[in-house]
Design a binder for this molecule. Structure first.
Ligand SMILES: [Zn+2]
Length: 335
């Protein structure tokens, strides 16, 4: 150790990040276009292009509007989308979610359409019943209104399998029913499509207040009660870890944590529990709306806040991020 004051070499960190390029090297994972998955709402009116007030800039799309909307994004490097069906016709809903995999329904049709127009686009399908059930819950119910798990899992596996057979590259069950990952994986194997369909488990999906704008977008608010009996309690770190471990054992190819920003410790847990599979994080509607609202109120710059939020999610351990900011990042990452 030299006796010149201030010459302790271990104290000098600035030299390593004085330049924009060396600052980039300080990140374990850098954001790339391929790390972004864009959530898309597809409704049953083929001509629909409906603004979703609570989700700035996002719309519900009809089948006839989908390709023109995605074309420019695909040219900018859009790598993957996740499809959410939003049937608005009242006859599209019943207690069993029958219309979820209707061959003429919006999701099944969209898979075929997008595969044809964008052959390299990775197409994931959210799998759940709540958009299609008259009661708005994610499974099939007992008479007392609680979830009847076995028939729910059977139905969810059937829907997932039909999406895969239609050509989806990925199915992502968000229902949180016990045992659905094993049931879906088994169904995919039996249908001969397990080799060409990724199974992402929403393992750590929390009962958050941040889903509000999504329910607006998807028309999927439950008619009674809430989803707290099957989504995880926000403080339930142990439950999340158990769900991640269980879903890996049941055949999940990728683990999802949802929401992202308030659950960065869970993303890190997921990366540590499952270092050998990709970890995805869903920056949910409320997180997106909150950043927009704060930027509008002058709290911060929208782009910087969006970038920082994704940096945090990547730093926590995510390999890919589902975000409504995807179109913005396709532009920002092109600069
Ligand atoms: Zn659901």
């Amino acid at each position: 150790m030299s006796n010149i004051p201030g010459s302790d070499i271990s104290s000098i960190l600035h030299g390593g990040y004085h330049h924009p390029t060396s600052r980039l090297w300080q990140s374990e994972r850098q954001l790339t276009k391929a790390a972004l998955m864009y959530p898309i709402f597809i409704t049953d009116d083929p001509e629909a292009e409906e603004e979703i007030k609570s989700l700035p800039g996002q719309k519900r799309w009809g089948l006839n509007k989908l390709v023109p909307f995605l074309e420019p994004l695909y040219k900018k490097g859009l790598a993957s989308v996740i499809l959410f069906g939003v049937p608005l016709a009242p006859e599209a809903k019943d207690p069993y979610g029958t219309s979820a995999d209707d061959p003429n329904g919006p999701v099944m049709q969209a898979i075929t359409l997008l595969k044809k127009h964008f052959p390299n686009l990775f197409i994931a399908c959210d799998v759940c019943l709540c958009e299609y059930t008259s009661h708005g819950h994610c499974g099939i119910l007992h008479e007392d209104g609680t979830i009847n798990n076995p028939p729910s899992v059977k139905r969810i596996a059937e829907v997932a399998c039909n999406y895969a057979k239609q050509g989806a590259d990925c199915v992502a069950p968000s229902d949180m029913m016990d045992g659905r990952i094993k049931a879906i994986k088994t169904a995919l194997i039996e249908a001969g499509v397990a080799h060409k369909c990724m199974l992402i488990s929403y393992s750590a999906k929390f009962a958050t207040c941040l889903y509000g704008p999504f329910r607006d977008a998807a028309g999927s608010a439950p008619a009674f009660g809430d989803r707290k009996r099957y989504q995880l309690p926000p403080a339930g770190r142990g439950l999340a870890r158990r769900a991640i471990t269980r879903d890996l054992a049941e055949g999940a190819d990728c683990i999802m944590v949802k929401p992202a920003t308030a659950y960065l410790d869970i993303i890190r847990d997921a990366k540590e529990i499952a270092p050998d599979v990709p970890i995805s994080a869903y920056q949910v509607s409320g997180e997106f709306a909150m950043i927009h609202a704060a930027a509008k109120a002058g709290v911060f710059d929208l782009r910087r806040a969006a970038e920082e939020s994704l940096d945090g999610i990547l730093r926590a351990g995510a390999n890919m991020i589902l975000t409504y900011f995807t179109p913005d990042f396709l532009d920002w990452l092109s600069e």
